[in-house]
Design a protein around this ligand. Structure first.
Ligand code: PMP
Length: 372
């Protein structure tokens, strides 16, 4: 099998499974216990937060471990909500775990602005600027898109915020950027940043929220007060520790270079057919690619039979979200339907990519012959 749906999820590293097992079976103690072996585990979680802050490139700030990016996104948006006539701003490219929270805010009576995307998949910065004002409470724009790979310029958004929405906080869903792109969070100026472990060979069901200033957040559910009251419930110690292991195994710079080779190889092969079109971005991890005259879902299913696994947009959403995002970029309904998502990891080899690329073209032409 050639797995090219790495934006959906990745396999855990063997070493991370070993770490998971160690904390699930041997160091399984409750971090809230006041005896020494429990306190030791609590100390290891605190240490894990510092390691994560360092990997993020954040000198200061807070980490809250969660059950994944969906929870982190909900916590950032709902936990920073304040009573009053505040306004909220979201890009139209957001994952459902952000977009559907925006819809919920609308239901609660807040003014919510949705900002469109440019042809390259990035948020439209001019449009963003126009909806901001001193009543803006939160701007939520993802770092890299899970659908198209487009990388939003968070530094630029911070500059726009400073000028037009001085009271606003910035949240960025960093799920498709963390451990993939090189950056220092401190340079980007965000207040909240979401990550998810299963996108970088950690376990599913583990995520984190970076919070620059803890006073900007309130808890959204209540219980035993773990994670300084922001995430009650016994900590997922094995999940957290194996996430730290996975993250430590990744050299982001090296991985980027490897993946870029894979991306270039795939683009070269698919470009041989002039009916194949791409959304051009600076992100080698994801290709959103359209096959004229063919349904992307049909192609994806046919490719399975050849052992090539690709995506048709966000795995954890319905196809509807793919439509919203691609339509916002300016694709028509037919073009949207013709798109598949190919996403890479440094565990893929060039040989695999060459083989998969040729299979994709062959299967596309076969389907095209049948439907024309
Ligand atoms: N945000 C983005 C950009 C994603 O790609 C995903 C996973 N598809 C999520 C959020 C949700 O992540 P999780 O599975 O950890 O809830």
């Amino acid at each position: 099998m050639i797995y090219l749906d790495n934006a959906a999820t990745t396999a855990m590293f063997e070493s991370s499974i070993d770490v998971y097992k160690e904390y699930a079976c041997n160091k399984f103690y409750n971090p809230s216990a006041s005896y020494e072996i429990g306190l030791k585990v609590l100390h290891e979680i605190e240490n894990a937060k510092n390691i994560l802050l360092e990997k993020l490139g954040a000198k200061k700030g807070n980490i809250i471990f969660t059950s994944g990016a969906t929870e982190s996104n909900n916590l950032a948006i709902l936990g920073s909500k304040r009573n009053g006539k505040w306004e909220y701003v979201f890009s139209l490219g957001e994952h459902p775990s952000v977009y559907n929270v925006a819809k919920e805010l609308e239901k609660q009576g807040f003014i919510v602005h949705y900002v469109g995307l440019s042809a390259n998949g990035e948020v439209n910065y001019e449009e963003l600027q126009k909806v901001l004002n001193e009543k803006t409470r939160l701007i939520s724009v993802m770092h890299a898109s899970n659908e198209t790979g487009a990388i939003n310029d968070l530094k630029k958004i911070d500059m726009i915020r400073k000028k037009y929405a001085p009271n606003a906080l910035i949240h960025a869903d960093g799920v498709q950027a963390f451990c993939k792109l090189e950056y220092n969070l401190d340079d980007l100026g965000v207040d909240f940043y979401t990550i998810s472990a299963h996108k970088f060979h950690g376990p599913k069901g583990v995520g984190a929220l970076y919070v620059k200033n803890i006073n900007s957040l309130k808890s959204i559910f209540f219980g035993g007060g773990q994670e300084n009251g922001f995430r009650s419930g016994t900590e997922n110690v094995a999940g957290i520790m194996s996430t730290i292991d996975a993250m430590g195994k990744i050299d982001v710079k090296e991985k980027f270079i490897e993946v870029q080779k894979l991306y270039n190889t795939m683009i070269d092969i698919l470009s041989k057919d002039c009916n194949v079109s791409f959304i051009k971005t600076n992100n080698p991890y994801v290709i959103s690619v359209g096959f004229e005259g063919v349904n992307g879902e049909t192609l994806m299913r046919a490719l399975q039979n050849y052992g090539v696994i690709v995506g048709i947009g966000s795995a954890c959403s319905t196809k509807k979200s793919g439509n919203r995002i691609l339509e916002s970029i300016g694709l028509n309904k037919e073009e949207v339907k013709s798109h598949i998502r190919i996403s890479f990891d440094s565990s893929n080899s060039i040989e695999e990519i060459k083989e998969a690329g040729e299979i994709i073209l062959k299967v596309y032409r076969e389907i095209w012959e049948k439907v024309r």
